[in-house]
Write a protein that binds this ligand. Structure first.
Ligand code: PLP
Length: 487
């Protein structure tokens, strides 16, 4: 059987020594921080983590971030820095980019973004630079932005600020950065969104095409945070080409499934999109961070990410990206990715068999979206009741959600983290049983003045404790970082 976990026995003892020493050094300066780090490990070990966007990085990845690379300034790109003495940063940045290109089969990779949101901002500015700024400069006969007259500059600002983005709506599973107002993308672009079919909950490509024809976006955004199905990126590219849009795919959630070849052919965004953005810490199981992959025509514009929209690169994190991407290139990562998807199906089947209603009726990626209105609960009530029982999830809107984005009617469950602990289909079926037990035993309660509440709830006596004990049993059988001992 493939080992899908992250602490090979041979390195557990060395990692124990490294962490024990690190905590001793930290504790000598601020013991409360050392204690909090130890407590965080204990908490992570003790909960059934079903947050779809989280994972457990390997000790190798985590240790790579705690060193003197953190002290380096390295603005610029490999071999072209604004600071002297960046030869070792060049080594790790080039390595991370090489691993990314090889892993995803991408012509170009930019590994400086500090997070997924930053990666998207880099991508959006790159598209604006390539598609709007460069032609406008050429038309004005200007070679560089610094040579613009005030009149040119004001025309250019207008042209840059008059662009459109079409992305998946938030309640269908899209992300805030795909043109929505709380994020700068909603201010940079005039936005319109496509949803999912009200009957099936699935993406309706004909509807996307019709909206794109009407709206004529500069950027067609694909990718999601809470859509439990594969996307046909070949079709999305056809639509983008038909309306002259640039296809940007945000694979933050499912990059691990692309890396592990669960998503191939039309479902692999890399050959189809002009630009692909991602986080490195979700299903990809690396350090907190972001990355942009691009077709060659966008490479130069993407390279301008720092200082255009990014702060100086974080060399210690780029080094950790290189380590994580090297891990993802090993054959056992494909086994992990297959297990993540297989486990999501086991979880979905276990929930459905026990009467839970799932958005789209199932999953073919790493996440499941449960419509908890079937239990008479809001997402907020369900999330809280599950947390009381030691099950960590997050509430999430469902399509056309009557409870809005704060209370919601759904909870999102993901399998990447517990799969890293070694959970298989049987453990996820048992997890489904525990979830349905808790939700089935929970009822909304009224506020003190008797009016209905979307937040208050009560779970039948004993259920949370019983569930916690059952979760502890599952967790004990699949320890996090086995052999890693801080004592
Ligand atoms: N893109 C998508 C699709 C996401 O789901 C998220 C985070 O949840 C992000 C981008 C943002 O990532 P980060 O939190 O690293 O900025």
């Amino acid at each position: 059987m493939t080992d899908v976990t992250v602490t090979p026995t041979a390195t557990a003892a060395a990692a124990s020594t490294a962490y024990a020493s690190a905590l001793e050094v930290i504790g000598a300066v601020e013991p409360r921080v050392a204690e909090a780090i130890g407590a965080e490990l204990a908490d992570q070990r003790a909960s059934l983590k079903l947050i779809a966007s989280e994972n457990y990085a390997s000790p190798a990845v985590l240790l790579t971030m705690g060193n003197w690379f953190s002290d380096k300034y390295a603005e610029g790109t490999v071999g072209h820095r604004f600071y002297a003495g960046c030869q070792n940063v060049d080594t790790v940045e080039a390595l991370a980019a090489e691993h990314a290109r090889e892993l995803f089969g991408a012509p170009y990779a930019y590994v400086q973004p500090h997070s997924g949101i930053d990666a998207n901002l880099v991508a959006f500015w790159a598209v604006l630079a390539q598609r709007v700024e460069a032609p406008a400069l050429a038309e004005a006969g200007v070679r560089h932005v610094n040579d613009l007259t005030d009149a040119d500059w004001s025309r250019l600002r207008h042209a840059l600020g008059d662009q459109r983005m079409l992305g998946m709506s938030l309640d269908a599973g899209g992300h805030l950065t795909h043109g929505f107002r709380p994020n700068i993308s909603g201010k940079m672009f005039e936005q319109s969104s496509y949803g999912t079919d009200p009957g099936t909950g699935l993406l309706d490509y004909d509807a996307v095409r019709a909206r794109a024809r009407e709206f004529r976006p500069l950027i067609l955004m694909a990718g999601y945070s809470a859509y439990p199905r594969r996307v046909d990126f070949a079709r999305m590219r056809e639509i983008a080409d038909e309306v002259g849009a640039t296809l940007v795919v945000d694979m933050a959630h499912f990059a691990g499934l692309v890396a592990g070849k669960v998503f191939t052919g039309d479902h692999d965004p890399v050959p189809h999109a002009h630009v692909v953005t991602t986080t490195t810490h979700k299903s990809l199981r690396g350090p907190r961070g972001g990355m942009v992959l691009a077709q060659p025509e966008y490479a130069e514009a993407v390279d301008r990410g720092c200082p255009m929209v990014l702060g100086g690169p974080l060399p210690h994190v780029m080094a950790a990206k290189a380590v994580a991407l090297a891990e993802a290139r090993r054959p056992d990562f494909a086994g992990y990715a297959q297990a993540v998807a297989g486990n999501a199906q086991a979880l979905a089947e276990g929930l459905t068999r026990r009467g839970a209603r799932l958005v789209t009726g199932g999953t073919d990626n790493h996440l499941v979206l449960v419509d908890v209105s079937g239990f008479g609960l809001t997402g907020r009530q369900a999330e809280s009741a599950l947390l009381d029982a030691g099950i960590v999830t997050n509430r999430n809107a469902v399509p056309a959600d009557p409870n809005g984005a704060w209370y919601t009617s759904g909870v999102r469950l993901g399998t990447p983290a517990l799969t890293t602990r070694g959970f298989g289909a049987a453990e996820f079926d048992r997890t489904a049983e525990l979830i349905v037990d808790v939700l089935g035993a929970t009822r909304p309660t009224a506020t003190r003045d008797g009016s209905p509440s979307k937040a208050r709830y009560a779970t039948a006596d004993g259920v949370a404790d019983r569930t916690r004990a059952a979760a502890d049993e599952l967790l004990a059988a699949h320890p996090l970082y086995p052999g890693l001992d801080l004592a």
